[in-house]
Design a protein around this ligand. Structure first.
Ligand SMILES: Cc1ncc(COP(=O)(O)O)c(C=O)c1O
Length: 444
């Protein structure tokens, strides 16, 4: 165990000073958790390179098989159990997963659905949002959030975001709301749930339904409360790259209102009501038994996975800071102003008072023009990168019909121009992170 750092004596501006301030312990003291258990990766056919920063092993954005290596045997046993059961749709595994996931999230009800996208649509339908209604949506984010609104027949109203964490800017929301505003889609990006409580209070004071698109934020909290449980209804995605990644598509709708849960249960089965009649138009939106059984296994390790993600993010922060590529980030309030060093080329992901689940690790480039070159250099070094998201949602062709004429979203545009996501998954080693930081240092 390394000696704790005294924040008063640690050299200002160094990674150690930063960690002493934020964690009260040196980085070397942090446990690596699942990094120690990669040997079982072989059961899933994964070739694991020894953690060597000189390695040329290709580093993908995510590597679900590698992340699941420590639970490979349990996953295989669960799959075989379902295959042998003869029961594949809406059986005991889905019911158990709904109970277990809702309990983890401190929600009264969970309803397994076919994907996060379908979950968002069903959540809005359960709230009876549709034609003639307006729904506030962030201008920056993933297409599914707005797609779900358009699918109900409601009109999406695009709102600018905060410059750092990317959540909706409530001042802009205030300007854009109207008497027809029925709901607000809150999207904590990359597992950064900070400000969710503030958004929930803003919506409640105006009698606007809060729908949390928590697709990227399983396990994140704000004000000590799980993301997904602040509003009327919350939706998670189990796309394989997500924090609780499944082995295909899947999603979960959570709510504390029995009426809404029952409504989603009916709507996911073509609108079937409890008396067996079909009174509403729904869809085939069910989670299947195989996914549910596998997700139950992943859920047993979610605390370890979240701890590993946070340790990995700490490692990234430190690797970038010690190379002078980024300065420590100090949150100065509601995610609007951050202090960074003199002129480092990168800004770290926001580190707020709320517990981030680190759905992704995205840095922001001071000079957006460098982004293509940096990505090309990383690729030359065998390292993938990604941009979440390159275009604003209102600029996507599919939403031109509903896009506003003024199109003024300065913060969203700035984020879209500067953001760069780096490989990030449970199983990425500290040596991999050093290698990525070295490659960034030679690219910048
Ligand atoms: C913010 C957000 N919302 C919704 C979705 C859709 O989830 P799914 O892929 O499970 O349909 C995603 C998935 O990437 C997402 O990131």
């Amino acid at each position: 165990m390394a000696t704790p750092i005294d924040p008063r004596t640690a050299k200002a501006g160094t990674a150690d000073a930063y960690h002493a301030r934020t964690h009260g312990e040196p980085l070397a003291a942090k446990g690596r958790g699942p990094f120690d258990t990669l040997a079982s990766a072989e059961t899933l056919g994964v070739v694991v390179a020894a953690g060597d920063s000189r390695s040329t092993r290709h580093l993908p954005m995510v590597d679900p098989a590698r992340s699941c290596a420590p639970i490979a045997a349990d996953l295989e046993a669960a799959a075989v159990r379902v295959l042998r059961s003869g029961r594949y749709i809406l059986g005991p595994e889905v019911s158990a997963f709904e109970r277990e996931a809702a309990s983890y999230l401190h929600a009264a009800h969970g309803v397994g659905v076919s994907s996060g996208t379908d979950g968002l649509f069903l959540a809005l339908r359960a709230l009876d949002v549709g034609q003639g209604d307006e729904v506030l949506v962030p201008a920056f984010g993933f297409v599914a959030t707005v797609e779900a609104v358009v699918r109900t027949g409601a009109h999406p109203v695009f709102v600018d975001v905060l410059p750092v964490c990317g959540r909706m800017n409530l001042d802009d929301a205030e300007k854009k709301r109207s008497p027809r505003t029925r709901a607000l889609m809150h999207v904590p990006l990359a597992g950064q749930g900070s400000g969710t409580g503030a958004v929930a209070r803003w919506a409640a004071q105006r009698s606007i339904f809060l729908v949390e698109d928590a697709a990227q934020s399983f396990g994140a909290t704000d004000e000590g409360r799980p993301i997904g449980t602040f509003g009327a209804i919350g939706v998670f995605s189990f796309f394989p790259a997500k924090i609780l990644g499944g082995f295909g598509d899947g999603g979960l709708v959570v709510t504390n209102q029995a009426r809404l849960a029952e409504s989603v249960r009916g709507l996911r089965q073509h609108g079937r009501s409890t008396d067996g009649r079909f009174a509403e138009e729904g869809c085939n939106g069910r989670l299947d038994e195989l996914q549910a059984a596998l997700l139950r296994v992943r859920l047993t390790r979610i605390s370890e996975d979240l701890a590993a993600r946070r340790a990995l993010a700490d490692g990234y922060d430190r690797a970038l800071i010690v190379r002078g590529l980024a300065a420590p980030v100090i949150c100065k309030g509601p995610c609007t102003s951050f202090v960074t060093g003199p002129h480092p080329p990168l800004a770290l992901p926001p580190r707020c008072t709320s517990a981030s689940a680190y759905g992704l690790y995205s840095v922001r480039l001071r000079d957006p023009d460098l982004r293509p070159r940096v990505r090309a250099k990383l690729l030359e070094a065998g390292i993938d990168s990604a941009i979440y998201y390159e275009r604003l949602l209102c600029d996507e062709l599919v939403f031109h019909r509903v896009a506003p004429a003024d199109n003024h979203f300065p913060a969203a545009r700035d984020l879209a121009a500067r953001t760069l996501a780096l490989p990030f998954f449970v199983g990425l080693t500290p040596a991999d992170v050093e290698r990525i930081a070295d490659a960034l240092a030679s690219a910048l």
